[in-house]
Design a protein around this ligand. Structure first.
Ligand SMILES: Nc1ncnc2c1ncn2[C@@H]1O[C@H](COP(=O)(O)OP(=O)(O)OP(=O)(O)O)[C@@H](O)[C@H]1O
Length: 612
């Protein structure tokens, strides 16, 4: 691995590995000598030689143990370092991917890569590699020493190796298959748990706790069944190897006894031989677990590599940056055709054209599902059109640097997403460099966004931590129009139905999240604003506060707003009606309303626009 090769601790650890292995493997030979000294000098003064020998050997063994401990320490730290580096690169690679990639890839799967696959690979190329090397070296030296001590006995013992190896290979394959199935079904159970816990409000609102518990329990029961099968296979294999190990030792003792009887072997040699045989047995066990860990690591590595090497389909931070001084912020869709990559057969836009002049407010209206949010996703360049162009100040946005482009665009969605940190941090998130934002700046934008008063009423003020997705704040009541759907292959784009609506029946106190999101957008101070108005009515006072904050935010910017309020539509410079994948009507509210058979007129009659 690249990380392992760079790591300076690796060569040191290999040095310690060599020292500890040499010492370990010389032990049986010298211990055999000790036994022979005991047996061949049954006179009084042998104790002097023996004491010396034992003292020297103890010192050597101590060095071996210390070298081994240092090796393990170095390998563990170096493993963790590799895992950390892998995680950082992987996270960086994931965050650079285009949005369509996230439509297709499950979050749980990515989290799994980030947490367990990296750990698996890290361990596999450090500790496991070191243990494997050690086992391999010890097995070869052990076999060599067995041949050296007694070639006769060694040939006898080694003749049982081939059949046992064949058995081990068959077992290994079976086990790998079984492990994969178990892992897959565990991943399924985890995915289910993650989704249901993340969407607990929807589960609760539908009273599905018991059903979900049963579903999860049946999933983990399935995992248990597979795990039992695996345990059974392992138990059989270990039982068989244990038995054959003992039988081999017994036959070595038998044959060794005969050789000793015919004076072809000393008792020390037989003891050394047995110890070597024992070490070889242990090392072969170590080698097999090294092999299975390595295979797991390589599997994880393959999956990680795919992700690390994946080139995002849309560029991440490259392209033209327009001159800030002459930058106007005029937007235009020209003959845009678009279908989501996850569903290429369903066209969303067909010949969609719309011009949004610099500094104007355009209200976009249309039936639900007509593609209003999609238009915003395209302007943010979360996806590219199949054909046609979207331009900013006459420049195709595909030529522009997407990071720069997005830095010029502010968004406030129906259900803004806040992070689980303090309100001040959430507002500062809008700035290019949040660490440079002062408390005074945060308070100022919060004031303009009509958010300062309610924030100050919280005991911790601006330091109040909002819950995951901002659930501790009030938001619009959205059960009516956006039921949370469990995933069936794709997520929604901009303005995805959030699950953090309020429980049915609770009073709607209103719009705190929106006002924080407006403050966040104010701090960003973008030239272009893409807004998705909340579909729900707030109470009169909050309605007024949010509306006033939005009006202040819109001042002097190019605005495209998905309108749900009559007042917004009336105040907009232009209204564009989106239907059947294109803009079918365009003009001022009154103009459009005066067309007797106009779609806008029908829409107004059919759809309830909030009259506030
Ligand atoms: N990421 C996605 N992958 C595939 N299809 C999607 C994705 N996001 C949205 N769609 C589909 O695209 C169509 C347009 O969706 P969009 O959210 O743009 O409509 P909308 O007019 O904003 O609707 P609403 O008013 O209900 O919010 C819908 O049929 C929707 O199911």
């Amino acid at each position: 691995m690249e990380g392992a090769a760079e790591d300076p601790e690796h060569p040191t650890a290999v040095g310690f590995l060599a020292v500890s292995s040499v010492i370990t493997m010389s032990a049986p030979f010298f211990l055999g000598k000790v036994i022979d000294v005991i047996y061949t000098n049954p006179t009084v003064d042998y104790s002097y030689n023996l004491t010396h020998l034992c003292l020297v050997l103890s010192g050597v063994f101590l060095c071996g143990a210390a070298a081994n401990a240092v090796r393990v320490y170095l390998m563990q730290t170096s493993g963790q370092r590799i895992v950390n580096r892998l995680r950082a690169s992987l996270f960086s690679s994931v965050l650079r991917q285009e949005v369509a990639f996230f439509d297709k890839t499950r979050t749980g799967e990515l989290i799994n890569r980030l947490s367990s696959d990296t750990a698996l690979l890290g361990r596999s190329v450090t500790e496991n590699l070191s243990d494997g090397l050690r086992a391999g070296a010890q097995a070869s030296v052990g076999i060599g020493m067995m041949c050296f001590v007694s070639p006769n006995l060694a040939t006898f013992v080694l003749s049982v190796v081939p059949p046992i190896s064949i058995l081990a290979v068959i077992y290994g394959r079976y086990l790998r298959k079984l492990t994969k199935v178990t892992q897959d079904s565990l991943a399924q159970a985890t995915q289910l748990a993650e989704e249901r816990i993340g969407n607990i409000r929807t589960v609760r609102a539908f009273g599905k706790e018991i059903t979900e518990i049963e579903k999860y329990t049946s999933n983990v029961d399935h995992v248990m069944q597979l795990a039992r099968k695996e345990a059974f296979a392992r138990a059989g294999f270990f039982g068989a190897t244990g038995l054959s190990g003992n039988l081999i030792v017994l036959s070595v003792l038998y044959k060794g006894g005969l050789l000793m009887g015919s004076a072809h072997m000393t008792v020390g040699e037989l003891s050394s031989f047995l110890m070597y045989a024992f070490w070889v047995g242990l090392s072969v066990g170590g080698l097999s677990s090294f092999y299975s860990e390595l295979m797991k690591g390589l599997g994880a590595g393959g999956r990680l590599w795919e992700l690390l090497e994946r080139e995002p389909a849309l560029p991440f931070n490259e392209g033209v940056v327009l001159n800030e001084k002459s930058f106007q912020g005029a937007l235009e869709f020209k003959n845009v055709h678009f279908a989501y990559p996850a569903r290429p057969e369903v066209p969303i836009f067909q010949d969609f054209s719309l011009s949004i002049p610099s500094g104007s407010v355009t209200a976009l209206v249309g039936p639900s599902g007509s593609g209003k949010s999609t238009a915003i996703s395209l302007l943010l360049r979360l996806y590219d059109p199949v054909s046609g162009t979207i331009s900013l100040d006459g420049r195709d946005i595909r030529q522009l640097n997407p990071v720069w482009l997005r830095s010029k665009i502010g968004t406030v969605s129906q259900e803004p997403i806040l992070f689980s940190c303090s309100i001040a941090e959430n507002i500062a998130y809008g700035a290019d460099d949040p660490s440079l934002v002062t408390a005074a700046q945060v308070e100022k934008v919060a004031c303009v966004a009509n958010a300062a008063a309610f924030i100050r009423n919280f005991p911790q003020g601006f330091n109040t931590v909002v819950g995951e997705k901002g659930v501790l704040l009030s938001g619009p009541f959205r059960y009516r129009d956006s039921p949370a759907l469990f995933r069936s292959g794709s997520t929604r784009g901009f303005g995805a139905p959030s699950l953090s609506g309020r429980e049915k029946g609770q009073p709607v106190v209103g719009g705190q999240k929106q006002r924080i999101a407006i403050a966040r957008a104010l701090l960003k101070n973008p030239k272009i604003l893409l807004l998705d108005e909340a579909t729900s009515a707030l109470d009169a006072e909050n309605e007024y506060l949010v509306q006033q904050a939005l009006d202040r935010l819109m001042e002097g910017r190019t605005v495209l707003i998905i309108a749900h309020r009559l007042s917004t539509i009336k105040n907009a410079n232009m209204v564009a009606v989106l239907d059947q994948g294109k803009i079918t009507e365009y003009g001022k509210h009154e103009e459009l309303l005066s067309k007797p058979d106009g779609i806008y007129r029908k829409l107004m009659n059919k759809q309830s626009f909030i009259s506030a």
